[in-house]
Write a protein that binds this ligand. Structure first.
Ligand SMILES: [Fe+2]
Length: 94
């Protein structure tokens, strides 16, 4: 499911490659959150569970770091994210 960074990055638009790197970073962090939460549920040792839940929370911070950078470099993404948020608010308020 993971996306690929263009193999010939030197021939691609460098700004678009930067945006692709940030999107892949977000995917990786979201996948890590699911992995650590699944591992926490599977673990029987309470210390392991606790640390895995703590690490999963840290991965959410990493999502935020990549997203903050992406929104600076991809104004369309910023606009569409806001559009999506408003659509959800409208739908759930009905
Ligand atoms: Fe991370």
């Amino acid at each position: 499911m993971l996306s690929e960074i263009p193999k010939r990055a030197e021939q691609a638009d460098k700004k678009e490659v930067d945006r692709e790197i940030l999107r892949v970073g977000i995917i990786a962090e979201l996948d890590a959150i699911n992995l650590y939460k699944q591992m926490a549920e599977a673990a029987s040792n309470e210390d392991i569970k606790k640390i895995l839940h703590d690490i999963a929370a840290e991965e959410k911070t990493h999502v935020g770091e990549f997203q903050a950078l992406l929104l600076m470099l991809d104004k369309e993404q910023e606009q569409e994210l806001e559009k999506g948020r408003k659509e959800v608010e409208e739908e759930i308020s009905k």
